[in-house]
Design a binder for this molecule. Structure first.
Ligand SMILES: Cc1ncc(C[n+]2csc(CCOP(=O)(O)OP(=O)(O)O)c2C)c(N)n1
Length: 355
């Protein structure tokens, strides 16, 4: 589907059916409203940091909706809209960005790993989970989201190599938004494309329009089906753009021009799918705006109160066996005798552990 909402394609992939396209549109409308609401809350000081998904909704919803229930998603900090689309409670997604806890949701419930901040570590996690699933005879594929900058990390190369050699059921979705914070693509790689990096490791790889939700859904679905059938990994380079700054702590005007942003606004993923669906004659999107507003209102209300945080959480989960110094600090902070609760052996805090 081109930027004007006209179906294109050479027949390699089928256009997703009408219901799927409507589901993609709905997820993008809701995701964009969520993103705008969180950006506003960040400006009000309700969150410590927020990396916006705006502009990348097609990549994130197309990937999340292509997953089967048994598959795993390995997102980064950039991918809140993907995580919300997968069904995680929006406020639970924001727990880590508010600085309350490392991860606010149970990764096993929706099969969504904690959003990783260290670049590319999630590529290794995804390959490990995929390989383990195969060894156990489970029908599960791991899909990992990463940015263009993350493809320059050593971890990505180890993950690609291992996945290729062992035919791990994993799909690498590279959201190439053109920048790693302020560093443009041409300053951090000499590769002809990021898809070439997969090809170099013997991985089926392709480059797609990442602002075309139909293309993202079709290619990721196909890659998942191939991986599940024993066909090994796929790398998809999705060309997209982040419309907002890297995070609320970044000033993007220092390294990119307004006309570049304007050019990408013309290629908006939400509008083009609306145009396409409207031309089908059987499309009513009124309920989606109301749903999106309802979600935003819920996020506003629930983010307006501080979650109870136990001071002891500061000291938990640092070491399996805490050092004497840490135990003393904890005792001082909590006014407890050393050797009592300060031994931390029982892990009794109010924190939310993961299984
Ligand atoms: C291992 C590691 N090195 C450096 C950083 C600092 N850092 C945070 S985001 C970022 C840029 C990442 O760019 P990209 O992978 O393209 O993803 P995007 O933010 O554009 O989604 C960097 C260098 C980090 N988080 N982890």
């Amino acid at each position: 589907m081109d930027a004007a909402g006209v179906a294109t394609g050479d027949g390699t992939y089928e256009l997703p059916d009408h219901d799927t396209l409507v589901a993609l549109y709905r997820a993008m409308v809701v995701g964009r409203r969520f993103d705008a609401q969180v950006t506003a809350l960040t400006r009000q000081g309700r969150l410590a940091v927020y990396p916006s998904s705006r502009g990348q909704e097609a990549c994130q919803t197309g990937t999340a909706l292509a997953l089967r229930p048994q598959d795993w998603l390995f997102p980064t900090y950039r991918d809140c809209v993907a995580v919300v689309t997968r069904g995680v409670d929006p406020v639970d997604v924001l727990v880590s960005f508010r600085g309350d806890w490392h991860c606010g949701y149970d990764p096993y419930e929706h099969r969504v790993a904690p959003q990783c901040t260290p670049l590319a570590t999630n590529t290794l996690h995804a390959v490990g989970v995929a390989h383990a699933a195969r060894l156990r005879g489970e029908d599960a594929v791991a899909v990992v989201l990463l940015g263009d900058g993350a493809t320059s990390e050593g971890d990505t190369h180890e993950a690609l190599n291992f996945a290729a050699v062992w035919k791990a059921p994993v799909v690498f979705v590279v959201q190439n938004n053109g920048y790693a914070i302020s560093v443009p693509l041409h300053r951090q790689t000499a590769a002809p494309s990021l898809a070439h990096k997969g090809i170099g490791y013997g991985i089926r790889s392709e480059q797609i329009d990442g602002n075309d939700a139909a293309a993202v859904y079709a290619t990721v679905s196909s890659a998942i089906a191939s991986a599940a059938a024993g066909g090994g990994p796929t790398l998809i380079e999705a060309l997209t753009y982040r419309i907002e700054a890297h995070t609320n702590a970044d000033d993007a005007s220092r390294y990119r021009q307004d006309d570049e942003v304007a050019g990408w606004l013309e290629r908006d993923p939400v509008r083009r799918l609306a145009v396409f669906l409207s031309s089908s004659g059987d499309f009513d999107a009124t309920g989606f705006d109301a749903e999106a507003e309802g979600l935003a209102a819920g996020v506003r209300t629930r983010m307006g109160t501080d979650a109870p945080v136990s001071p002891s959480d500061l000291f938990e989960y640092v070491y399996a066996r805490p050092t004497a110094a840490l135990a003393r600090q904890r005792a001082d902070a909590l006014d407890l005798p050393v050797g009592g609760r300060a031994t931390m052996d029982g892990h009794e805090p109010g924190g939310r552990g993961i299984r």
